[in-house]
Write a protein that binds this ligand. Structure first.
Ligand code: HMG
Ligand code: MG
Length: 298
């Protein structure tokens, strides 16, 4: 059966804005996040404490994070290494995310490390974050396919997923970085993880919508018992280090489906759509979300 409630993990301000050609002014980002919280989102990924040369779009993390002190939502941030953790903790962050890869090519391109080296890099990050009682999410990219390596074998994904959880991550987010997953593949990976002892309640799903499958994939995950779903307001997004990655599943498209299924999210779809319309004006192009377009042309 389907869950009664889903927690939406909003990634627009991070996964979305990290991919914009031009830098979005810091006050616009702050207003975006305030508006997302006002629309009822309770988990809003705010930014990344990565190397500013690697992701210049998020180089203002130190300026942005203090502007969010009054936001009534959990504000996780990405940190790749101890330098990133130091920066995040110095600003009072209480939820962090490390981000690993199921494939060697993406680990090299995104983190300048092998898979094993990146896990070794995360180990002290997770340990120190736990000492600070921070909540730790472990992202795993390229769970379904990789633009350079093609299809990724399930055992390889399961092995890396377990390694991330063994470091002490509280939750695991399965990334379909380039949006190639289909619902049967999603079900197969979730079953394979369960078979190896990973409980469904520790798993979130992170779909990009390149092939228009993100919503179908989400439904497959919900039917399997997943209750944490990543999405990006207005469908913003992509990944600068993964060729052919487009935007994430749009939060509006997700909430439209969940509302229709009677699944609670706490999100006010009208307020969220207005936020994405406003953000699209800031970015100078329309939202790719079908639901945003439909609701804003009524
Ligand atoms: P590196 O070049 O190997 O770095 O990059 P290093 O460890 O050799 O350090 C070199 C210099 O960078 C040092 O300075 C460090 O202090 C500095 P120096 O001593 O030479 O003066 N440095 C830093 N400065 C600020 N903040 C830091 C930091 N770390 C080192 N955190 C590194 C390695 C991991 C830093 C780099 O590869 C990086 O920043 N990568 C981030 C890439 C990224 O953010 N990608 C997008 C997010 S992942 C994604 O979008 C997928 C996801 O959505 C899920 C999905 O869809 O699948 C999550
Ligand atoms: Mg992503």
């Amino acid at each position: 059966g389907l869950p009664a409630r889903v927690r939406v993990h909003e990634v627009g301000a991070r996964d979305g804005l990290q991919n914009e050609q031009s830098a979005v002014p810091t006050p616009v980002k702050a207003e975006f996040i305030h508006r997302l919280a006002a629309a009822g989102l309770t988990t809003i990924e705010a930014t990344s404490f990565v190397h500013p040369k690697w992701v210049p779009q998020l180089a203002d993390a130190e300026e942005l994070f203090p502007l969010l002190a009054d936001v009534d939502a959990a504000l996780p941030v990405l940190v790749p290494n101890e330098r990133g953790l130091d920066r995040a903790l110095a600003l009072g962050a209480t939820r962090i995310a490390v981000f690993g890869s199921a494939t060697e090519t993406f680990a090299a391109r995104n983190l300048n490390r092998t898979v094993a080296e990146s896990l070794a890099m995360f180990e002290p990050v997770v340990a120190r974050a736990k000492e600070h009682r921070a909540h730790v999410r472990g992202y795993l990219s390229m769970c379904f396919g990789d633009p350079w390596e093609g299809a990724v074998p399930l055992p390889q994904v399961v092995r890396t997923a377990k390694a991330l959880l063994d470091l002490g991550c509280d939750e695991l987010s399965l990334g379909d970085t380039i949006g190639v997953a289909t619902p049967g593949h999603v079900r197969a990976l979730l079953c394979a993880l369960n078979d190896e002892g990973v409980a469904t309640d520790r798993i979130g799903v992170h779909f990009h919508d390149t092939y228009g499958q993100a919503l179908s994939n989400t439904l497959a995950a919900l039917l399997h018992g997943v209750t944490t779903v990543d999405a990006s307001a207005g469908g913003l997004g992509g990944c600068p280090y993964a060729k052919s990655a487009t935007g994430n599943l749009a939060t509006e498209d997700l909430v439209w489906m969940l509302d229709g299924l009677g699944i609670e999210t706490g999100v006010d779809l009208a307020a969220l759509t207005a936020t994405s319309v406003w953000m699209a004006e800031q970015l100078g192009r329309p939202s790719p979300s079908r639901t945003v377009r439909a609701l804003s042309h009524k």
